[in-house]
Design a protein around this ligand. Structure first.
Ligand code: ADP
Length: 173
C-alpha cells in the first residue's frame, strides 16, 4: 500500500494580496519565520480585484525583499484551505493590526477550520510602528504624491516610482 505523505506539522502559510508588500508585512514575515521551522509566503491571485501589481510582479517583489530570510514565496488561486492542504501545511499565519482586523480574521479562522479540520490559524500582533500601514493606504498616499519611504522596502518604492512614471511637475515622490 502506498503511504500518503504526512501533513507537515510545522509548515506554515502566510497568505495575502501583498499589493504591494509593506514594512508591516515584512515584520510579520520575519517574526513568523523565526517562530516556524518552515514558512511559505503565499500571494493570493484574486482574479476579481484589479491589483496595482500583477501576480508575477508581486511574487518577484516579495522574493526580492525576502532575500536572506529562510522563507519560500509562492502564489495560489482559489480557496486558501485547498492551497494549505495541497502544500500539506497545517498552520495559517495572520497579522492583526487593529480591532477591525480581528473581527474579520477571527471569523475567517473559524470558517477555514470548519472547511478543513486540522488547519489552524495563528495571529501575530502588528508591531506598534507598523500597525497603521496597509497596502491600500500606501497606494493611496503614493497616488496623492505623499512620501511612502518609511512604509515600504526600498525595492517596492522603486517599483512604485517606475510604475507611476515622472510626475507632472517632474518632482520625485
Ligand atoms: P493589506 O490588508 O495591507 O492589503 P494583505 O491582504 O496583503 O494586506 O494582508 C495580508 C496579511 O498581512 C493579513 O493577515 C493582514 O492582517 C496582515 N497585515 C497587513 N499589513 C500589516 C501590518 N502593517 N502589520 C501587521 N500585519 C499586517
Amino acid at each position: 500500500m502506498v503511504k500518503k505523505p504526512r501533513q507537515e506539522r510545522f509548515l506554515a502559510v502566510y497568505p495575502g494580496s501583498f499589493d504591494p508588500v509593506t514594512n508591516g508585512h515584512l515584520d510579520i514575515i520575519r517574526r513568523a519565520a523565526a517562530a516556524c521551522p518552515r514558512l511559505i509566503v503565499a500571494v493570493v491571485a484574486n482574479p476579481n480585484k484589479r491589483p496595482l501589481f500583477t501576480l508575477p510582479e508581486r511574487v518577484a517583489l516579495l522574493r526580492d525583499v525576502c532575500k536572506g530570510l529562510d522563507v519560500e514565496v509562492d502564489s495560489f488561486e482559489g480557496l486558501l484551505v485547498d492551497y494549505v492542504r495541497r502544500r500539506r501545511a497545517s498552520l495559517i499565519i495572520k497579522g492583526l493590526r487593529i480591532v477591525s482586523d480581528f473581527e474579520y480574521e477571527f471569523s475567517m479562522a473559524l470558517l477555514n477550520r470548519r472547511l478543513r479540520g486540522g488547519v489552524d490559524t495563528m495571529f501575530l500582533p502588528a508591531s506598534l510602528e507598523y500597525a497603521y500601514i496597509s497596502s491600500s493606504s500606501v497606494r493611496e498616499v503614493f497616488s496623492l504624491g505623499g512620501n511612502i519611504a518609511d512604509f515600504v522596502p526600498p525595492a517596492v518604492l522603486r517599483a512604485m516610482r517606475r510604475r507611476a512614471g515622472p510626475t507632472r511637475t517632474g518632482k520625485r515622490r
